[in-house]
Design a protein around this ligand. Structure first.
Ligand SMILES: Cc1cc2nc3c(=O)[nH]c(=O)nc-3n(C[C@H](O)[C@H](O)[C@H](O)COP(=O)(O)O)c2cc1C
Length: 240
């Protein structure tokens, strides 16, 4: 069996073990705890930024790798974050968000490499979806060059206003789905990125999905152990 065949075989229902939910083990947090001072984002539901119809957004969606020097506003960033991971309902063990996720697990944390957003110092930030806030992890004026280098020298990334860095937290899904959760991580991540594509089009911005990156280098930069949390998908974005 090659690695792909083995993955599918081992994640078939007859081959997966009893989940921790079935074993009545405690539920993992809905969001990885984060220290630091939280910055409120503008209310995303009160925004009047959506300027195109859904048909137009779907029809004009492209992977965009050229960005203008016009900064994204915090309002626009708030809209993009809400569209990708915004929480609409919070229960005890699940959230309902603007994107689908198997079992409402939403097994991601969102980090942001911010380079050109009005009023925010360049650096690494974390999005707190439950409270719709940002936390500055550390300032870094060279963050774009660093992300571009980690992404196998894709130089165009250095022009992005912000790069969305989606971090998989597999246990949030595996608690419920055991080994089957590993299939859902990748499916769920696709929905998140597609919403970013469409939401960008609504504010005259664009993005491009990126999966060509050095896993170990990126996880190290983000202080992730690469097992319980790891970078799964990226998307640089900015005005067209
Ligand atoms: C899973 C995935 C990974 C991708 N990784 C990269 C990447 O590392 N670099 C890049 O420039 N484009 C990347 N892309 C963008 C594709 O090249 C792009 O979607 C494709 O060429 C089709 O163009 P379109 O999105 O404009 O229709 C990726 C797309 C997907 C879905």
């Amino acid at each position: 069996m090659n690695i792909g065949e083995e993955f599918f075989e081992k994640t078939k229902y007859p081959n997966i073990s009893e989940s921790d939910q079935e074993k009545k083990l405690p539920h993992p947090p809905l969001e990885t705890p984060q220290g630091g001072e939280a910055i409120d984002l503008p209310d995303p539901t009160g925004l009047s930024l959506q300027t195109v119809s859904l048909t137009e957004a779907i029809n004009s969606r492209r992977s965009r790798r050229k960005f203008s020097t016009q900064p994204l506003s915090q309002e626009e960033l708030s809209w993009l974050l809400w569209a990708t991971q915004g929480v609409q309902k919070q229960g005890d063990i699940r959230t309902v968000r603007t994107v689908p996720s198997a079992g409402g697990r939403h097994p991601f944390d969102t980090y942001l490499a911010i380079a050109n957003v009005t009023g925010l110092e360049p650096g690494l930030y974390r999005y707190l979806a439950l409270s719709h806030q940002l936390v500055l992890i550390r300032e870094d004026k060279d963050i774009n060059e660093l992300i571009a280098a980690i992404c196998r020298e894709q130089k165009w990334i250095a022009e992005a206003a912000v790069t969305f860095l989606w971090i998989a937290v597999p246990y949030r899904s595996a608690w419920r789905y055991s080994q089957r959760a590993w299939r859902y991580l990748f499916l769920d991540a696709g929905h998140v990125c597609q919403n970013l594509y469409l939401a960008c089009e609504a504010v005259d911005a664009g993005c491009c999905a990126v999966n060509a990156f050095d896993d170990d280098a990126l996880n190290q930069y983000l202080d992730l152990d690469g097992k319980s949390r790891f970078a799964i998908y990226l998307a640089p974005a900015g005005h067209k």
